[in-house]
Design a protein around this ligand. Sequence first.
Ligand code: FEO
Length: 168
Amino acid sequence: MNEKLVTAFNVQINAELYSEYLYLAMKAIFEEQHLTGFANWFNVQVQEEHAHAMGLYNYVHERGGKVRLDAIAKPDFKEGGILDIFEQVLKHEQLVTAKINALADEADNAKDRAAVSFLDWYVKEQVEEEASVRQIISNLKLIGDDKKALLMLDRELAARTFVQPVIG
Ligand code: FEO
């Protein structure tokens, strides 16, 4: 890969590790409230983000590039109600989608067909990421102040498991 594209991949590795760190911070909020299903959902999210970062990391190596890790920023979000937090998750995922699209554009500009094809997985993954968060947001809106329904959703989210993705 050309150097500009390698740098862009390294920037995205940092963005994925930041996502992992952000969701780890959000998980702590739910742990504190003993909402273990929500905490589990974030725990799976943490593992997914780590896998996303490692997919890029391994690909840079595979293509003979240099992985250069940068500092991970402090998680930036407002502790509010559950719906507020998920709305911030959606906003964050939309930002990640824009970053992935920009990275795919870089690969396109470099006429690097292999990198474009590799990044297709991430483009599709972002569609799923956003859809799953939207689903939770609409459930939370329906639930409103109904605590019993909230506990039912918490139980449902407790069933989410991490499946190691096959990237690329
Ligand atoms: Fe790695 Fe949630 O996007």
